[in-house]
Design a protein around this ligand. Sequence first.
Ligand code: SF4
Length: 457
Amino acid sequence: MTAKTTTSLSSSPAIREAKPVPKVGFVSLGCPKALVDSERIITKLRAEGYQVAPDYAGADVVVVNTCGFLDSAKQESLDAIGEALAENGRVIVTGCMGVEEGRIREVHPGVLSVTGPHQYEQVVSAVHDAVPPLHDPYLDLVPPEGLHLTPRHYAYLKISEGCNNRCTFCIIPSIRGDLASRPANHVMGEAERLVKAGVKELLVISQDTSAYGLDIRYAESTWKGAPLKAKFLDLSRALGELGVWTRLHYVYPYPHVDDVIPLMAEGKILPYLDIPFQHASPRVLKAMRRPAHQEKTAERIANWRKVCPDLAVRSTFIVGFPGETEEDFSFLLDWLREAKLNRVGCFKYEAVSGAKANELEGAVAEEVKEERWHRFMAVQQEVSREILAARVGTTIDVIVDEVDEDGATGRSKWDAPEIDGSVFLNGEPSLKPGDIVKARVDVADDYDLWATVAEKP
Ligand code: SF4
């Protein structure tokens, strides 16, 4: 279809009837949470006998799962809808931007239906209206773990939806609503099915992972004959028993996060925390209304590393937030040098329609944002280079993501797929995606490693 199409699914066994199988095309934009929504819709449709079309031409209808986080993402969503209409003509729109139905219909009056995020049933029913399902769906074509758009060896595990925080730059709570946690046994059931299907790495996601269970008062449910609380620590511990890599994303530094660090030190879950700090200056954090912000985060990270020396912290930051002074920015750079985060993403502040931050005074000029972004990246580059240089000569575990005739590309425990660095295993074309090997690190640059396999699975 286009580069935006995440993937097509494997073809099904021979179809035993004359009627053509209805085919649905998918364009999935946005974050992993939107990707999981797409997976749920696809799983339901496959259960009803639909197939996923790999291109516009082969699809009877196209579903575009949009992103509405930033204005640039909205424009990208509108462009994707336009492309699907031009190439196919029958388009169903869903996802975060779907809450702005008026704007979508103004630009693209020809779309068949528009729904917001996680309105799976409405999307499926819109597909029914556009292309009715076959009367004899082969229910057994759907594997018990559902269908996924990620490679077979890793999968996102969504533990809750929505968010109780109200960060001033973000409109996600108004799109996705307040925190709604899944019962712990549902999460564990899905995780176990994924592991049985061959998944080697679970990526735990939500809007606010460490707040998991707050809305359902940490309700107990029964898992493997014993009670399991819907609590960050209890769930992390249970996931750690599944024997695969478990990686925690979107964690805020609430005090109880300290409790999971020993699980990382014991090797139960990966020594990796994805904490979107967004800034370090207390003044800016206050204006952002960030959850769990406090002045001593660098000290806390240092304490976590005393318990788990291997811990990798990845984060994202915004520079040029309204009111950010040169003093605030210098504070952030000093903090970055002290905290020594392993992986960092940085965005220049962009106003989002409907966000409270638009009302704040002190807009930062574009050229100042640009200049700060470069200074920020230069500091982080030094930090990253130093951390990776210290890995040369050590032996590390590497999970293989891709293989071609020249060798394999994988990741260490300290790197998440898509967002972090890679480990290149040159001259290893016989490895398979999902293999976990031991490898000795030969070379490091600012962001990636090159290693030699020492022990194969
Ligand atoms: S924590 Fe803040 S940035 Fe994250 S989803 Fe909630 S409101 Fe948005």
